[in-house]
Ligand binder design. Structure first.
Ligand code: ZN
Length: 122
């Protein structure tokens, strides 16, 4: 599962949905579904295989994620690990030359107690 933010990927939700992003965590922490999980996911040149892509609404230049967004993302990450126990979670920057998203995903995963087996090592 790849974590992105809207500032880096673009703000037009129709375009984001057509590119295969699945959901957005809004500033207030609510979740907007862009595309059903069964739809073809976003394709990255450097990464293949089944994947899920979640965005949070935020800036690409600085980490402006709200506490409610952190809480929602933590719930979402733990839900996905329950559902797919072998899932790997990573920030987009791990697999592409990008600043997306604008926080250290590995450090945060460690802080919230995600097991190393669910972290992606490039
Ligand atoms: Zn991204």
């Amino acid at each position: 599962m790849v974590i992105h933010n809207t500032g880096c990927e673009g703000l037009d939700r129709d375009i984001l949905a057509s590119k295969g992003f699945h959901s957005i965590i809004e500033r207030d922490g609510s979740l907007t579904i862009l595309e059903a999980e069964t739809e073809t996911p976003y394709t990255l040149d450097t990464f293949s295989g089944p994947s899920r892509h979640i965005l949070y609404e935020g800036s690409c230049e600085e980490n402006d994620m709200s506490y409610k967004q952190y809480d929602a993302l933590e719930v979402y990450v733990n839900y996905m690990i329950l559902r797919y126990p072998k899932i790997k979670i990573l920030g987009h920057y791990k697999i592409d030359w990008t600043e997306c998203p604008s926080f250290d995903v590995d450090l945060w995963l460690d802080e919230i107690g995600v097991s190393n087996k669910n972290m992606y090592c490039s």
